[in-house]
Design a protein around this ligand. Sequence first.
Ligand code: 13P
Length: 258
Amino acid sequence: MRTPIIAGNWKMNTSIDEAVALVKQMKDALDKISGAEKVLCPPFVSLVSVRELIGGTSIKLGAQNMYFQDKGAYTGEVSPLMLAPLCQYVILGHSERRQYFGETDEIVNKKILSALNHGLSPIVCVGENLKQNEAGKTTEIVTGQIRRGFADVPSIDNVVVAYEPIWAIGTGKPATGAGANQVIGLIRSTMAELYGEEAASQLRIQYGGSVTAANIAEFISQPHIDGGLVGGASLKADEFVAIVAKAAEIKSSLRKPV
Ligand code: 13P
């Protein structure tokens, strides 16, 4: 059985003080929720402070990016060696990194390999843009990103994938539950071809794109969807707690034999 995983991607928001205040607002309520893994992904500069605050709780920590090299003359970059002692997860290949910072599938591939080598669990983002979606190219784009991103990656045991259609990110126009489930099912079958049925059936795949407390139920009740990668709504303590609570409740009720 796959444990649902809800991650808050704060993107380039919050000062250190604001990050600390936000964690204080949600920490106790989040900690109490069982049946879902909870991950906060604040900006790099707040990782240390957030780590201290969530110490001893069930809340986990993730970074939003990293470079694939261990160390050296790469001004401004953050290494997996710096992140590994701090956090368990790292978001890789987010569409904003691909769009604004030129990240290709080949770069994402190097980052996945590097993260896994250093014991970090990557949350690997894939997704098509509006033009590609309207041209009926979603399957081709998403499976291509998976195949190239995971080239030579030996195992997906410690991997999470996030399907984030770009047209749904920050637009208030989420995919439908059924639509997201279909693409995520396709990601799972591509992974089954690459890693076998067993590994693919254990892989957790999130949906991301305008997830809110009002619509999480639609996504989490789908058979292939194992959680959410939440942007804007993860910056509001009550909203994020409500998303996690609903996800945990719905997934565990679906599991109960009737
Ligand atoms: P929003 O939830 O703000 O649409 O962002 C989704 C996202 O990109 C999470 O990584």
